[in-house]
Design a protein around this ligand. Structure first.
Ligand code: SF4
Length: 643
């Protein structure tokens, strides 16, 4: 079968369409909400959920003791689910519109909520589907700039106007670990400028009892500089078995005869797992022996053969070639049978498309709506409005309620304790920047190189060199400020390299210089600079610190910056995930743009690198001379041990 003969169609998950009655304590206007909230009193602190979707975050907030009185989103079907779960008001609004934003901000101010929570739409940041988005942009089907990318600004504006005691933002990791981390730095600096202590982390849902390999960025901000501890992440891994083993088997495409109100009979196992107990908690008495929404898409005949041949280790390239409809070299993870004894792969909105990433561990079908909801830790009492495809999408976009509950409980505990946070990014970056600007002779003088080329060249020749070698070499290297000049001065370069014991690095420098002479435009951007031999992304990122054309410098994640960040912030795991946790930690030492202040991250990034090279050395750091010592977790624990 050739590609043109292949039929790619996957059966849609048609009907039944679920309709959800509103919560008995729902109100239908802002005025009624204010009256209702006043009559309800304040037995529980109030919360508002922006971009609430179907309400995963709000379910967690409620279970942590919050009264979630307002949910805002522009997806009517998701709001139908939400309105069935929560009392108070749901507003169908697009927060990218000024009028809607003003209305919501004013309402939240009047409600006097303790916490504003939300997850601005994550799809524009998400790596999943990026190539598809690129092709749509190239085809002119989709605009290059997605306005949803800026919804975090709407969230921030509402927060800064309402000034709640606590803020909780959740998003995909890609929001936090972009090259220049500008979004996180802006959020942090603007919130800190208003007196919040800001706490950021990339949390793995599976570390918190969620049976899923789902990583998400969380930001918690607490007013009056209050400190915060992230929930304990040391629990045992929950598995697919823990979440769904109790659910009755069904055929792909099966539908209850009673339509949306139909169900399957259910018996609670004799020894239910903690996740099953949690899922079954809070059901009405009449639903105790029922399972709703246990439906999934029909299975194609060819997929049936494929599914039956797979176990949890099977790659798409292992599937018999005659059965494949997709290219195995590109889509080798196209199909994934889940493993009973491991967490599921992350449940995302993609599950609404074909479900192939979520093939049941031992049945010949993809997951049902209820199974997906269970893996996201939604209780069984939660039903999802609309057709199954909408339910899948809303489940995939949700924050797992169990994770939300843990973070929200930690917020409540932090507010109760009201202990001061250790140090703000604004303070740390201010200290280190002032130190750098007054330092005089630099250990890494190319951090103030006159041109990008001289910074690249110095790193290629001097990276890791002793300080006396750097001092000897820099006055000459500084003058070789273009690739052409370096090539013209090759004899001088060789003599210098010989003198400082770096003769073997000369070919690297000359190789890069020749490349840029032949390809001068490759010197223009960080990305194209790495086309030259030996110019790694790290080398290019450091050189970008002296590039006047780049508005916002990239975050440099290397051994030195990771060492400083992990010591100052008291974090252990940065070396394992440098590109994500490490990048986020280094970001917390950098300045961010805030009202009335330019983005000075370039200087603070250079300062971190200089500190790593001269004071915060791998061995015997010179802490007594360090500008960060009064706030450094490593130094304070060492000092405590000495005493
Ligand atoms: S106080 Fe010491 S350990 Fe901490 S950042 Fe400074 S030099 Fe490094």
């Amino acid at each position: 079968m050739n590609a043109s003969q292949r039929n790619y169609r996957v059966g849609l998950v048609r009907g039944p369409v679920v309709t959800i009655p509103r919560h008995p304590d729902a109100v239908d206007s802002p005025t009624k909400l204010l009256d209702w909230a006043a009559s309800r009193g304040r037995k529980r602190p109030r919360a508002a959920d922006l971009f609430c979707g179907a309400g995963g975050l709000s379910v967690g907030l409620s279970e942590a003791g919050y009264d979630v009185v307002l949910g805002v989103d522009n997806d009517r079907v998701a709001l139908e689910t939400y309105a069935g779960l929560h009392p108070g008001l749901v507003l169908c609004r697009d927060l990218s519109e000024r009028e809607a934003l003003d209305e919501v901000a004013d309402l939240i101010c009047k409600l006097d909520v303790e916490i504003v929570a939300g997850g601005p739409p994550c799809q524009p940041f998400s790596r999943a589907g990026k190539s598809k988005i690129r092709s749509l942009v190239q085809a002119g089907i989709r605009p290059e700039h997605d306005n949803r990318r800026d919804l975090w600004r709407a969230f921030l504006e509402v927060v800064l106007r309402a000034r709640p005691r606590a803020v909780l933002l959740e998003n995909v990791p890609d929001m936090a670990v972009t090259s220049d981390t500008a979004i996180v730095r802006t959020l942090v600096s603007e919130l800190e400028a208003e007196g919040y202590a800001v706490h950021t982390a990339l949390l793995r849902a599976c570390d918190h009892g969620v049976p899923q390999l789902r990583n998400r960025f969380f930001l918690v901000a607490l007013a009056k500089g209050i400190g915060f501890e992230w929930p304990d992440a040391s629990g045992a891994l929950a598995t697919v078995k823990d979440a769904i083993i109790d659910l009755p088997p069904v055929e792909g495409g099966w539908r209850p005869v009673a339509g949306a109100d139909g169900f399957l009979p259910y018996e609670t196992p004799v020894e239910p797992s903690a996740l099953v107990r949690r899922a079954r908690d809070g059901l009405d008495a009449e639903d105790e022996h029922r399972i709703y929404d246990h439906i999934t898409r029909p299975v194609r005949d060819d997929d049936r053969v494929i599914f039956e041949s797979m176990d949890s280790t099977t790659r798409y390239s292992d599937v018999d070639e005659s059965l494949r409809r997709y290219r195995a070299d590109i889509f080798d993870d196209k199909y994934k049978r889940l493993d009973w004894d491991k967490p599921s792969r992350s449940i995302t909105a993609h599950i609404a498309r074909d479900g192939y990433w979520y093939i049941h561990p031992d049945q010949t079908r993809t997951l049902t709506v209820r199974e997906a909801a269970r893996l996201q830790t939604f209780p069984d009492r939660v039903r999802f409005a609309g057709p199954p495809s909408a339910a899948f999408r809303h489940i995939g976009n949700a924050v797992p309620p169990l994770l939300a509950e843990q973070v929200a409980s930690s917020i409540r505990e932090a507010l109760r304790r009201s202990e001061p946070a250790r140090a703000s990014s604004t303070y740390l970056s201010g200290c280190i920047t002032a130190w750098f600007e007054h330092k005089g002779d630099l250990g890494l003088p190319w951090l103030e190189a006159p041109t990008v080329w001289s910074a690249l060249q110095a790193q290629l020749l001097l990276r890791g060199a002793r300080s006396d070698a750097v001092k000897t070499a820099w006055p000459t290297l500084e003058k070789l400020d273009s690739p052409e000049r370096t090539i013209e001065s090759v004899d001088e370069l060789r003599d210098l390299a010989l003198l400082i014991g770096r003769a073997r690095r000369v070919p690297q420098v000359l190789g890069a210089a020749r490349w840029y002479v032949e390809n001068p435009s490759d010197l223009d951007t960080i990305k194209t600079r790495t086309r030259a031999p030996r110019v790694t992304p790290q080398v290019a990122a450091i050189a970008a610190l002296v590039d006047p054309v780049i508005e916002s410098a990239p975050v440099v994640v290397n051994q030195g910056s990771l060492r400083v960040a992990s010591r100052v912030l008291g974090l252990q795991v940065l070396q394992q995930r440098p590109g994500s946790d490490g990048r986020l930690a280094v970001t917390r030492l950098l300045a961010g743009p805030s009202a009335g202040r330019p983005d000075d991250s370039r200087t603070s990034m250079a300062a971190v690198l200089e500190l790593a090279a001269t004071l915060c050395k791998a061995r015997d750091p010179l802490c007594s001379e360090c500008p960060l010592n009064s706030k450094c977790a490593w130094y304070s624990s060492r000092s405590a041990q000495v005493q």
